[in-house]
Design a protein around this ligand. Structure first.
Ligand code: AGP
Length: 369
């Protein structure tokens, strides 16, 4: 058992630390920096479909759905295709409008999630093209799709998904770059810049993992609270949702992820001196707005834990705790900013004596509807 865990106490920790590698493996053979091109076998065969698609519908559940939300930002930003992200379980019971010109992207780590599989079958029956992004080779979803791309995260044992998420986001980023370039919405120069920056992500994730001890100490302070709020905007909004889900799953602390600006429409009422608020506030196009959101939380005495870009000298004056992550391009931010949130939930759960690898009531793949 301890050999399988590679010396780590839990699979989840091993998997969090594997991310520099699993992200690299998910780009291997696809991102060819020197030659200056991107390759993805599954996309090549359906290139025309992607270039002419009216819209893309993404279906997934849980963490994979959060990766889908990141993909919505990526595909709209880089490829200018309208995207809808659907919970697979809702999609099929809603009589959705699907046409032959739609591409449905199904995202699943296990490739066995019953709701996602059922959504695929429905979309197929309406003539849509189905593109799968799975981690498990030969899984039911991988077999049910017309084409796809595997995430090469390696086996994920911990029920709480970590390295599968970053691998999914990596593959979806490559997809958005390829499609954007083919559609002419992503210039050669911008493509080149993003390729360079994407190839730097494994070492930036490595750097973010150095925060482990600092985050463990922070976990000690927050381990006994009953609620947490996670806020983010833009690319960091899905990251806020993912951070909250991780905490709920393994520590059984109630946590909510929210778009930072939506807070004033309700959740702000929850904030008092007992409410820890994790704000993902990296230097990007919504930075100034997020700073205002932090001020709103601070004015109500919320306890701010801010994830910021290295060298930020504004937010540290406002937040109780600051976690510094390396700077990267805005579109690649989730790959780095999610890492400290994974570590925070892990350490809080361990300190609370929870079974992090097999949390109560949860299964690694949900094969029932
Ligand atoms: C993630 O931490 C969860 N355990 C869960 O939400 C999971 O992502 C969801 O069940 C979807 O699974 P899949 O990716 O295997 O389809």
């Amino acid at each position: 058992d301890s050999i399988e865990k590679g010396g780590y106490e839990h699979f989840m920790m091993k998997e969090i630390f594997e991310q520099p590698r699993s992200i690299l493996d998910s780009m291997r053979g696809r991102l060819e920096l020197e030659a200056g091109h991107l390759n993805m076998g599954g996309v090549r065969a359906y290139e025309r479909k992607f270039v002419t698609a009216d819209r893309i519908i993404i279906v997934a559940c849980g963490t994979s759905w959060h990766a889908g939300l990141v993909a919505e930002y990526l595909l709209e930003d880089l490829a200018r295709i309208p995207v809808e992200v659907e919970y697979a379980s809702e999609f099929r019971y809603r009589n959705p409008i699907i046409t032959e010109r739609d591409i449905v992207i199904a995202i699943s780590q296990s490739g066995e999630t019953a709701d996602t599989l059922a959504a695929i079958e429905l979309a197929k029956s309406k003539g849509a093209t189905i593109f799968g992004i799975c981690n498990v080779v030969g899984s039911s979803i991988a077999r049910a799709t017309d084409a796809g791309a595997y995430t090469h995260a390696g086996p994920e044992i911990g029920v709480a998904s970590t390295k599968a998420f970053t691998a999914q986001v990596t593959v979806l980023t490559l997809l958005a770059m390829i499609v954007g370039h083919k559609r002419g919405t992503l210039s050669d120069t911008k493509l080149r810049e993003l390729m360079m920056e994407l190839s730097n992500i494994p070492s930036k994730v490595e750097k973010a993992l150095l925060l482990n001890t600092e985050i463990e100490q922070m976990a000690e302070i927050f381990k006994d609270v009953s609620n947490f709020l996670y806020l983010g905007r833009g690319y960091n909004f899905p990251v806020a949702l993912e951070g909250a889900l991780k905490l709920k799953e393994i520590s059984y602390i109630h946590a909510e992820g929210y778009p930072a600006a939506e807070m004033k429409h309700g959740p702000i009422a929850l904030i008092d001196e007992n409410m820890p608020v994790v704000v993902i506030a990296t230097k990007d196009s919504s930075y100034e707005k997020v700073v205002s959101n932090i001020q709103e939380v601070k004015a109500r005495k919320g306890r701010i834990i801010a994830v910021v870009t290295e060298g930020d000298d504004v937010i540290p004056q406002m937040a109780e705790f600051v976690i510094e992550v390396p700077a990267t391009s805005e579109v690649l931010t989730p790959l780095v900013s999610v890492v400290p949130l994974q570590l925070l939930s892990y350490h809080i759960a361990v300190l609370r004596g929870c079974n992090v690898d097999q949390p109560r009531n949860l299964a690694k793949s949900v094969t029932v509807e």
